[in-house]
Ligand binder design. Structure first.
Ligand code: G4F
Length: 338
C-alpha cells in the first residue's frame, strides 16, 4: 500500500506533537504546518519526530494554505491550530475568531478546491457546550458557548458540518474535552499546578495563585485523544464524536491530588485571586463518549490519578535535572504511584 500523507496544523502544540509521533510510527509521511512567526518550530517537536517535514503556512493566509494543500495532496488533514487559551479570547476576540473560526473556513476552501478527496479532522471543543443544559454532555447536547473562544469553535464546528453536507467532503469533528500531559502549555490550569508543585517541593517558591477552584472539568490524557483523532478518519462515513473520559473533577481536587503526590498539603500553598476569574465561567463539563466507544472502540487509558501522577512526576524530574539533583532524591519527593 502506498505511503499515506498527513498534514497537521498546530504541529508545535501538545496534540500536534503526539499526533505526529503516532502517525510517524504508523508509517505516514507527516507534514507539519508552522507559522513563519514561530521562531523555533522544529525545537518544539518531540524527539522521534524532530525530523518530520515542516512547511510554512498560516490559517490567516488563504494563499499559503492553498499552496501547501495543492503541493502536498494530503490523504488526511488534521486541523489542530487555534488560539486555544480561553482567557486570551476576551482580550483578543477578533484574532481568536480569525484563527479559530475563519482559519477552518480557509483550510476547508483549500481542500474543497485543490484536494477534495482528503479526509479532514476538526478539533472541536467541549467549550462549545459552555452553560450546558444536561450532564454528561453528548453529541445531542445543545451548545451554549461562554467565551469568544467557545463561540469561534462553534462556528468552525458548524462549518465542518456544512462542508460535509454541501460538498460531500469527509470532515469529522472530535468534540474534545480537556486533555492534558506533561507537554501541556504552562498557562493551562493543570500544568500551572504541576509545575508549581515541583517548584514548591524543591523549595523554589511557596505559593500558587489560582482562580476559580470550584470549576469542574473532564480531564483526559492527550495521547489517548490523538488515537481518537486518527481513528475518526478511518471510519466509512464521517462522524462528530465526543471524546472524553466520563469523570469530572474540580480544580480543587486537582490541587489536592497533585500536592499530595509530592507529599505536600495544598491548603498551605494555594491562594485564590478573583482577578483570575473569567467574565463568564464554564462551571462544569463532563462528557459521555459512548458513541466513540461504539464506533471506534476508543477508551481512555489513564485514570485521573494516573494522569496527575504522570504530570507531577515529569515536572519534578525535569526541574531536578535543571537543578542537577540526583534521581534518588527525586524518588523521595515522589511517593509510589496511586
Ligand atoms: O486549564 P484551563 O485554562 O482550560 P479550559 O478553559 O477548560 O480550556 C481548555 O480545554 C478546552 C476543552 O478541551 C479547550 F478547548 C481549550 O482550548 C483549552 O485547552 O481552565 C480550566 C478551568 C477553568 O474553569 C478555569 O476558570 O480551571 C479554572 N482555573 C482556575 N484557576 C484556571 C485557573 N485556569 C487557568 N488557566 N489558570 C488559573 O489560574
Amino acid at each position: 500500500m502506498a505511503q499515506r500523507t498527513a498534514l497537521i496544523t498546530g504541529i508545535t502544540g501538545q496534540d500536534g506533537g503526539y499526533l505526529a509521533q503516532l502517525l510517524h510510527a504508523r508509517g505516514y509521511r507527516v507534514i507539519g504546518v508552522s507559522r513563519r512567526t514561530t521562531a523555533n518550530a522544529r525545537d518544539s517537536l518531540p524527539a522521534g519526530v524532530a525530523d518530520i517535514e515542516l512547511v510554512s503556512a498560516d490559517l490567516l493566509d488563504q494563499a499559503s494554505l492553498c499552496s501547501i494543500v495543492d503541493q502536498v495532496q494530503p490523504d488526511e488533514v488534521y486541523n489542530l491550530a487555534a488560539q486555544t487559551f480561553v482567557p486570551a479570547s476576551w482580550k483578543q476576540p477578533l484574532l481568536t475568531a480569525e484563527v479559530t473560526a475563519l482559519g477552518l473556513a480557509r483550510l476547508l476552501e483549500a481542500v474543497r478546491l485543490l484536494c477534495p478527496a482528503a479526509r479532514v479532522f476538526q478539533a472541536s471543543s467541549s467549550e462549545m457546550f459552555g452553560l450546558a443544559t444536561n450532564s454528561p454532555q453528548d453529541e445531542e447536547t445543545p451548545f451554549h458557548p461562554r467565551s469568544p473562544y467557545g463561540t469561534s469553535k462553534l462556528y468552525a464546528h458548524w462549518l465542518a458540518t456544512n462542508y460535509r453536507e454541501s460538498y460531500g467532503l469527509f470532515v469529522a469533528s472530535g468534540i474534545m474535552f480537556n486533555h492534558e500531559s506533561p507537554r501541556r502549555g504552562a498557562e493551562f490550569v493543570t500544568r500551572k499546578i504541576t509545575r508549581a508543585v515541583a517548584r514548591i517541593a524543591h523549595g523554589l517558591e511557596s505559593t500558587l495563585v489560582l482562580g476559580n477552584l470550584e470549576a469542574r472539568r473532564d480531564w483526559g490524557y492527550a495521547p489517548d485523544f490523538t488515537v481518537a483523532m486518527h481513528a475518526m478518519l478511518q471510519t466509512q462515513e464521517p462522524h462528530d464524536l465526543v471524546i472524553a473520559t466520563g469523570a469530572s473533577h474540580s480544580v480543587r481536587e486537582f490541587c489536592e491530588t497533585a500536592f499530595s503526590i509530592a507529599g505536600l498539603d495544598w491548603r498551605r500553598h494555594v491562594t485564590v485571586d478573583p482577578a483570575l476569574f473569567r467574565p463568564a465561567e464554564v462551571e462544569s463539563l463532563v462528557g459521555d463518549a459512548s458513541k466513540a466507544a461504539k464506533l471506534l472502540g476508543w477508551r481512555p487509558t489513564l485514570t485521573f490519578e494516573e494522569l496527575v501522577h504522570e504530570m507531577v512526576q515529569a515536572d519534578l524530574q525535569s526541574l531536578s535535572a535543571t537543578l542537577g539533583i540526583r534521581s534518588g532524591q527525586v524518588a523521595r519527593l515522589l511517593p509510589a504511584q496511586p
